[in-house]
Design a protein around this ligand. Structure first.
Ligand SMILES: [Cu+2]
Length: 271
């Protein structure tokens, strides 16, 4: 079933939590397929069986057997089984078994009309648990990364944790999954999953760039970071890692250069 869904456009899952959600999705779709075929066949049967030529006069008594009641009860029972035996355990795991914050990468995400504000505190990368502390400054939004099988509403005044474990390097879209205003469609972001080394170098480089705070010095490093993201988008993690390491050494050079030229800069400011 999953293969069939994939062929019709269902995205691959790139987090450790994907398989469980995909299995529920498969079962739901199997039930829906059975219902679609069953009800569809019944509909066609009634069109033929009760055509005007065969039943010119309305029959006020109608059907007297109880097959429809039985089949509806069976569908209800199957749906309850799907919900209780399949969906609840997956959901419970996602909301209860939040990984230890000391070992995970904790990222704050603050939604706002119409963008995502993302605050990082440390280092992460592929195969590390990511905890997102989600909130919003204005209306209700929904933080969704389809390939990670993550979707969590952001509610004003509440900080809601959601989490996932990326299993593949690459670059994917973050979407807002709750109609939140007139520019809802442009409320997107990107999640870049690096190798551990690539991520560490990336964050260090960003920190240095922020400290130097002068594009005249840091433009080379910033260019390399951009190229690294392009490499991730092109699914080339080793090239991305190489480029972030290059960016880090460029940023360090820029910092040294700025320190060396400190006096000169002041002169320019006076001028
Ligand atoms: Cu939104």
């Amino acid at each position: 079933m999953l293969e069939l869904l994939r062929k019709s456009g269902f995205t691959e899952g790139y987090s450790a939590q994907s398989a469980a959600i995909d299995s529920v999705m498969s079962w739901v779709h199997i039930l829906m397929l059975v219902l679609y075929v069953g009800w569809g066949a019944f509909f066609i049967y009634t069109l033929i069986r009760f055509r005007q030529k065969k039943s010119p006069k309305a029959d006020p008594v109608g059907v007297t057997n109880h097959y429809s009641t039985y089949s509806e009860a069976a569908v209800a029972v199957l749906e309850i089984v799907l919900l209780v035996a399949f969906s609840f355990p997956v959901w419970a795991n996602r909301v209860e078994n939040i990984p230890d914050r000391a070992d995970a990468e904790v990222i704050r995400v603050i939604a706002q009309q119409f963008k995502w504000n993302i605050h990082y505190s440390g280092e992460d990368g592929v195969d590390k648990d990511i905890i997102i502390d989600l909130t919003t400054r204005d209306v209700i939004h929904s933080f969704a990364i389809p390939v990670m099988r993550v979707k969590q509403d952001a509610i004003p005044g509440i900080r809601i944790p959601t989490w996932f474990t990326p299993t593949k390097t690459g670059s994917w879209e973050i979407a807002c999954a709750q109609l939140c205003g007139n520019s809802h469609y442009e409320m997107k972001g990107y999640v870049h999953v690096h190798t551990q080394e690539g991520y560490a170098a990336y964050m260090k480089t960003l920190a240095i760039i922020q400290e130097v705070d002068d594009y005249d010095y840091t433009y080379e490093a910033e260019e390399s970071l951009k190229k690294a993201l392009d490499a991730l988008k092109a699914d080339d993690a080793s090239k991305a890692e190489e480029l972030t390491l290059q960016a880090l050494s460029q940023a360090e050079d820029a910092q040294a250069e700025q320190e060396g030229a400190g006096d000169e800069d002041e002169e320019w400011e006076d001028w």
